[in-house]
Ligand binder design. Structure first.
Ligand code: GLN
Length: 483
């Protein structure tokens, strides 16, 4: 059962091949069987079975919603009413959210069953899931390798078949890079397409939630229920949500693919490059045409991001003060002691590093030199994308310069870790939608192909990804030991 896609499971539930209770029990059993992966922070067995029974009743009554009875799980950055929402941090280890994030509420309304909350880098800061207070997640394809991050638990759960589909968030690559490392499909929507309400903020102008699934068709099904205007999120965009599944079947004849030459230069591993080349060759067979494009400011994406994201995080994380909610130190001597020790003990190293960088960049005297400068670069990068996308339908390239690296390999070297997002970060600075799809292997580990589209062109991206998946098998492979 658990090897089926969401589309197949929905069919199976409707035609009574199995009940949602049976399906949910099968996933719960796998979650406990594969605890060594450390993909889940919290499993919500009782709630899941209650929701599954309710789903079975709806299925029996013939009034099922698109996701009725489908077991999913959420990145632990999304608030879930009455359930611990830790954001991967000691700071929120004791935090029981008093409300549901819009994404959680929408998926629940669409009938999905929630299996639990997924491991992640602390406050979504990281590229390897090693900054989590709950320990690293293992990559199902190689238990000594990282699953990517920050949505590492999400990607590992889908790859290991611990959930039919999951949510993730992407501030600089955190849906796409782990999807690539774990051989699954991940979609980061256009900024504003999916509500950020109840999604714990890291860098508000960059954060975006999205689906992580086995296939593009499944991503379309989840996105359909996640997307849409939300008056509770002032940056959510009031624009109709298209029928994402309807567009999947369109053939790719005449599709124009731009290949940013900066994505294929120095730093890209040669085996990743050959897998990407093979993926592009497949697209040409499907009728697409590839042309080289240039985006001269891409090289500035990482430095600009590592000013803007920490600046926003230093403001967002100031709310964790030991007073209102979250971790509080033992026996504070006075208010200053309460603040400093609660924050000092509650946050991990990477989060502190970001807060320090951000506070510095925003301080009087440095604001113009760093923050304003980074915002100007951000505009130049958006303009590069605008130019490139004016002559092609989509852009393609690798998701990351290498395949999944070893646990412990980069955690001591932040700069090297930051460089693993070199192909994803610019997309967030521009607010564009992008996907990662499985496109082969290098050194026995999955390689992700990145597809970047124009604003609100999620339907086109899903179509381009789906047609590739009809012609290839990469997305169907299961990590050995997880069949
Ligand atoms: N790895 C990047 C960072 O650490 C991106 C993380 C993300 O997208 N949440 O900031």
């Amino acid at each position: 059962m658990y090897n089926k896609t969401i589309a197949e499971l929905a069919e199976g539930l409707r035609s009574r091949q199995f009940s949602s209770r049976e399906l949910t029990l099968a996933y719960l059993e796998r979650i406990s069987q594969h605890q060594a992966l450390n993909a889940f922070i919290t499993a919500t067995e009782d709630l899941a079975l209650k929701q599954a029974d309710a789903a079975d009743a709806k299925l029996a009554a013939g009034d099922a919603e698109p996701l009725t009875g489908i077991p999913i799980a959420h990145k632990d950055i999304f608030c879930t009413d009455g359930i611990r929402t830790s954001c991967g941090s000691k700071m929120l280890d004791n935090f029981i959210a008093p409300y549901d994030a819009t994404v959680v509420a929408k998926l629940q309304k669409a009938g999905a069953v929630m299996l639990g909350k997924l491991n992640m880098d602390e406050f979504a800061m990281g590229s390897s899931n090693e900054t989590s207070f709950y320990g690293p997640v293992k990559n199902p394809w190689d238990l000594n390798a990282v699953p990517g991050g920050s949505s590492g638990g999400s990607a590992a759960a889908v790859a290991a078949r611990l959930a039919a589909g999951v949510t993730g968030t992407d501030t600089g690559g955190s849906i796409r890079q782990p999807a690539g490392f774990c051989g699954i499909t991940g979609l980061k929507p256009t900024y504003g397409r999916v509500s950020r309400y109840g999604m714990i903020a890291y860098a508000s102008s960059l954060d975006q939630g999205g689906p992580m699934t086995r296939t593009a068709e499944d991503a379309a099904i989840l996105l359909q229920s996640m997307a849409g205007f939300d008056e509770k999120d002032s940056t959510s965009v009031d624009r109709p949500v298209p029928d994402y599944r309807a567009g999947l079947t369109q053939p790719l004849d005449g599709l124009k693919i731009g290949l940013p030459k900066e994505f294929f230069g120095e730093g890209l591993s040669s085996e990743v490059a050959s897998a990407i080349e093979a993926g592009l060759a497949e697209y040409r067979k499907l009728g697409a045409e590839t042309v080289e494009v240039s985006m001269p400011n891409l090289k500035l994406a990482i430095p600009a991001y590592y000013v803007i994201a920490p600046a926003e995080c230093s403001a967002n994380l100031s709310r964790f003060d030991g007073v209102r909610f979250g971790y509080r130190c033992e026996a504070p001597a006075d208010l200053t002691d309460l603040y400093t020790r609660s924050r000092g003990e509650g946050f991990g190293r990477e989060v502190k590093r970001r807060i320090l960088m951000g506070t510095y960049a925003l301080s009087a005297g440095y604001y113009d030199a760093y923050y304003i400068k980074a915002q100007k670069i951000r505009r130049l990068i958006s303009d590069d994308f605008k130019n490139a996308l004016s002559s092609v339908d989509v852009l393609m390239g690798p998701v990351a310069p290498s395949v999944a690296f070893g646990i412990g390999e980069k955690i001591g070297n932040p700069i090297e870790m930051y460089l693993s997002d070199i192909y994803t970060i610019a997309v967030n600075l521009a607010g564009l939608p992008a996907m990662s799809i499985p496109a082969g292997f290098a050194s026995d580990k999955p390689v992700g192909l990145q597809i970047i589209g124009n604003y609100f062109a999620e339907d086109r991206l899903l179509n381009v990804a789906h047609q590739y998946q009809l012609a290839t098998q990469w997305h169907q492979l299961t990590p050995p030991g997880f069949e």
